[in-house]
Design a protein around this ligand. Structure first.
Ligand SMILES: *Cc1c(COP(=O)(O)O)cnc(C)c1O
Length: 454
């Protein structure tokens, strides 16, 4: 119990020390490096926490080192593209502080998100207010704070900006094909090429500064070709801009980068496609930024949940709880986080998180990889009184009992950020660890510094 919260405190203290340094000076390097003194595997943290606590509450473990690894991978694969992390994806304070320390920018969608990032000491120039439909008072806030980059896709937005934000640098969000993505945005946002022309003409007339073009291929994109097609659409709108007398200098390629590689798409493949398209269609003086969310946060979080109740369903459908020899029962497991909490991603983010056995009768199962145990058809349910609170209707799991644990990995994107406490179930707490070395972190910082020098 003492050790891990202790570590979290140490991380908080070290990053706090870092972010309270206002000017971007060298001291920050040393303070942030302290974070990297605490190294325990995610599995060790989970195991120790379960052994040392009797409250059975569900909990996340966040591996800050994984966030750093994702960043290094980004810098190496997409050296020309500056990441502006999409805060809505996961606003965990330590994750954000890690991102701040590594020098990324931030994509904010509201006054609250902008205020939050300014509080971390992020300079206004490193924030893009990337919501094409904004509330007036939030625009005024951006103006007061010196946040200049904002996206738009409709004419009313131009009138608002004219009125409330004199120094805005507007970025036109264009409509692209998002049919290859789990979460589609095109029904809500984006200007078609013909609308783009009209908007740019209007912007001219109003004397509004438009500096470039943005798109979003949709979140959970599963076709790397979507990125190439979108870059082409953006090129087309750059050309329209040129005809109308604009000289765009910013391309924003949005989010949609995979949080983990799967059979449909890998980060490497997206980078290859994107690098090639961007270099082919956009000269070197065009600044290129992106708004990755899922890419940074998904793989950094693992959640451990306790089986608080179960129901044995016999083959004939009766549930008298008595298992006969040839009954081949199935099990309904009730765990203590669900659809209304961290697993809201099943509803809103179209995810299918896979439960894995974590601890059975005091034995930790992830230690020895595959279990040899017979698996049964199971369903997994959340703790609330709503029957919609089902995490998995049909999955294979060994026979587990009340008090055993299940875990789910890659649970950092669009989970914690939209969780509620419906029915009085508290949000799952978060423990922190780091599985990366100081050396690796130094690479991250050095990469950022060399960029700043250029
Ligand atoms: C949600 C969102 C993102 C992040 O998308 P990911 O798929 O998580 O990378 C980026 N930009 C905008 C405008 C968004 O709305």
């Amino acid at each position: 119990m003492k050790e891990y919260p202790g570590i979290a405190n140490e991380i908080i203290a070290s990053i706090n020390a870092q972010t309270s340094v206002k000017s971007e000076d060298v001291k920050s390097q040393n303070a942030f490096a302290n974070l990297f003194k605490c190294t325990h595997s995610v599995q060790d943290v989970i195991k120790n926490h379960i052994l040392e606590n009797e409250d059975e509450d569900p909990f996340f473990v966040c591996d800050i080192g994984q966030v750093v690894r994702q960043h290094i991978k980004w810098v190496r694969n997409l050296p020309r593209i500056e990441p502006f992390y999409a805060v809505k994806c996961c606003g965990d304070p330590l994750l954000l502080k890690t991102m701040v320390s590594m020098g990324t920018g931030f994509d904010c969608a509201s006054r609250g998100e902008m205020q939050n990032m300014l509080n971390y000491g992020v300079p206004p120039s490193k924030i893009i207010y990337a919501n094409p439909c904004k509330q007036n008072s939030h625009i005024r806030f951006a103006s007061e704070k010196g946040i200049e980059m904002m996206t738009f896709d409709n004419v009313d937005e131009l009138y608002k900006v004219k009125k409330y934000h004199k120094s805005a640098k507007m970025v036109l969000r264009v409509l692209i094909d998002d049919s290859n993505s789990l979460c589609k945005f095109s029904s809500k946002f984006g200007a078609s090429p013909s609308a783009a022309r009209e908007l740019l003409e209007k912007a001219r007339e109003l004397g509004i500064n438009v500096i470039g073009v943005s798109f979003h291929v949709g979140s959970g994109c599963f076709a790397s070709s979507s990125f190439r097609d979108a870059v082409l659409v953006a090129r087309n709108v750059f050309d329209i801009g040129k005809e109308l007398g604009f000289d765009f200098t910013l391309l924003d390629v949005g989010g949609g980068f995979p949080g983990s590689d799967n059979e449909n798409i890998s980060f490497g493949e997206v980078c290859e496609v994107l690098r090639t398209a961007v270099d082919k269609y956009f000269p070197a003086h065009v600044r290129v930024i992106a708004e990755p969310g899922r890419y940074y946060s998904a793989s950094a979080f693992t959640i451990a949940t306790n089986i608080i109740a179960r129901r044995i369903v016999k083959r004939d459908g009766s549930d008298d709880g008595i298992v006969g020899n040839d009954d081949h029962p199935s099990f309904m497991y009730y765990i203590n986080d669900g659809i209304y909490g961290s697993f809201n991603s099943i509803m809103f983010d179209h995810q299918h998180p896979r439960p894995k056995p974590l601890c059975k009768n005091g034995q930790f199962l992830f230690d020895n990889g595959e279990t040899r145990e017979t698996e049964f058809n199971c369903s997994v349910w959340g703790p609330t009184c709503d029957s919609l609170d089902c995490l998995s209707k049909n999955t294979l799991l060994p026979e587990l009992d009340v008090g055993d644990w299940l875990y789910f990995d890659e649970m950092g994107a669009y989970t914690i950020s939209a969780a509620s406490e419906f029915n009085g179930f508290k949000k799952s707490k978060i423990l922190y660890t780091n599985t990366e070395t100081t050396e690796f972190l130094k690479i991250a910082i050095a990469a950022e510094q060399s960029k700043n020098l250029n």
